[in-house]
Design a protein. Structure first.
Length: 179
């Protein structure tokens, strides 16, 4: 996967880039991201824990839902989505940005979910998470990752879609948080 310029290129140059990863989002990548963040936040366990918890949710979303998946022979590997993640710092604010390819057919569902989460008062997010779990009780995931991110970050989900080819979009998600 290549790095698409739409993911705030000027920000990458103007802000303190803490970590950047482009590749397959599997357990090994998550482990490497954890190690890298641990080095950066070596004494600040509270910030490390909060940032890493958000990163776990974002990585799971890319792993499961990216259209850019990996194959072994003709068999698609499960939870092997490709994408990009960047963690930046500007003053007291951290930005965690992700980018991955999604199907154009899924755009409205993603947009509606993000908008519902963003429009919900913070105190209602836990109830929304329970509602999503109940709606998806037969699923292997609860489809609660985006809600969990909003809860942990105390922030809104900033997102954009860019058409990259017929039927596929680039999905950028930016989480801003102050710790």
């Amino acid at each position: 996967m290549k790095f698409y310029k739409q993911i705030f290129p000027e920000t990458l140059q103007q802000e303190n880039l803490i970590i950047y990863y482009d590749g397959v989002f599997d357990n090994e990548a998550l482990s490497k991201l954890r190690e890298g963040l641990r080095e950066v936040f070596n004494e600040d366990n509270k910030t490390f824990a909060k940032i890493f918890a958000i990163i776990v949710e974002l990585c799971q979303n890319i792993s499961r839902y990216s259209c850019d998946q990996n194959f072994f022979g003709y068999k698609q590997l499960s939870n092997s989505g490709n994408g990009i993640i960047a963690v930046l710092k500007s003053g007291n604010q951290y930005k965690i940005a992700t980018q991955n390819i999604v199907k154009e057919a899924d755009k409205n569902e993603i947009k509606e979910r993000c908008d519902l989460i963003n429009e919900s008062p913070y105190d209602d997010l836990r109830n929304l998470k329970k509602k999503f779990r109940i709606e998806n009780e037969n699923s292997s995931t609860g489809n609660i990752g985006l809600v969990q991110i909003a809860i942990k970050s105390h922030g809104k989900l900033e997102y954009e879609f860019y058409e990259i080819s017929k039927g596929y979009l680039l999905f950028n998600l930016i989480i801003k948080t102050n710790f």
